[in-house]
Design a protein around this ligand. Structure first.
Ligand code: ADP
Ligand code: MG
Length: 276
């Protein structure tokens, strides 16, 4: 099994080479091409080209402020809620540009679910939290909502803990349960991609391990992209890793290659904890 890698671009003044491999047996699902992103005058992402494989867990790692959240939030066009942003280049998901004029932004957001750093349960019942997106989409049939609630809570490994109190407030759940509830809400509408921006940073170690186990389960059904500052977490639950540095992706490869055989000195220093 040989893996092609091509050198696409490198940070000016550095000898680091961006590796954009194609991975045999792992079809691409999200394709980022020559992508630049600006908040007003400030350029937050520079010349990003990479392929995210389908039904795998891809982790974005790197120091704070290097653009991980910005790229993640482009995948479901969330950044467009901010005034004065613009981009060049393209992102395709499942072969189609997310900015194709025939693609509606609500369709992109339904296709690409998102879980945030702090579990953001609404002040509603557990049940209503899960079916929230379906209600917004106009679903009324009780049987459809019930099926979605049970399926999503089951997939999020929360059903057994909450099935007897579905109509109690979600605000009574623990932090770890609440984050699993947010995962259930994100998958209720059957997206294909699940984005997670530091989903465990507000959780204790036991709740964190549960979410990591859940992530490994969920990749059977979803293409998962997770931002994490926790290197153990990246090695435990991701298959692929992109290393971000000052708005660029300096390396993208299988996680074991990034950790055991990094190409660049900056990647090596970061994954071994010498800076960050
Ligand atoms: N809403 C915003 N307006 C202006 N600049 C922003 C905004 N959000 C992020 N940035 C800037 O973009 C850069 C990348 O930020 P971010 O994507 O949040 O990085 P990371 O997730 O890697 O910590 C940073 O310099 C940050 O200050
Ligand atoms: Mg971030």
């Amino acid at each position: 099994m040989t893996e092609k890698s091509q050198s696409v671009s490198a940070a000016p003044g550095s000898d680091e080479v961006l590796k954009v491999p194609q991975f045999p047996g792992c079809p691409d699902f999200i394709t980022v091409r020559d992508f630049n992103f600006f908040y007003g005058e400030k350029q937050a992402l520079k010349d990003i080209t990479l392929e995210i494989p389908e039904r795998q867990v891809t982790a974005f790692i790197g120091p704070s402020g290097c653009g991980k959240t910005t790229l993640l939030r482009n995948f479901n066009r969330m950044n467009e809620l901010i005034d004065g942003v613009r981009h060049t280049g393209d992102i395709k998901i499942a072969g189609r540009s997310i900015w194709d004029p025939s693609v509606e932004v609500v369709a992109v957001r339904r296709f690409v679910g998102m879980v945030f750093q702090k579990p953001n349960a609404f002040a509603k019942s557990i049940y209503e939290n899960v079916v929230y997106g379906l209600r917004i989409a106009g679903v009324r049939e009780r049987a459809v909502l019930d099926e979605a609630a049970e399926r999503s809570l089951g997939s999020a490994a929360l059903w057994e803990e909450v099935k007897d109190r579905l109509h109690e407030s979600a605000l009574g759940l623990s932090g770890g349960q609440m984050q699993r509830l947010c995962i259930a809400r994100a998958i209720a509408n059957r997206p294909k991609v699940l984005l997670m921006d530091e989903p465990c940073s507000a959780l204790d170690p036991i709740a964190t391990i549960r979410i990591e186990e859940l992530i490994k389960e969920l990749k059977k059904d979803f293409t998962i992209v997770i931002v994490t500052h926790n290197m153990q977490q990246a090695t435990r639950c991701s298959d692929f890793c992109g290393f971000f540095y000052l708005g660029r992706v300096l390396e993208f490869d299988r996680t074991e290659s990034i950790f055991n055989d990094p190409l660049g000195k900056r990647t090596e220093d970061y994954v071994t904890g010498r800076f960050g």
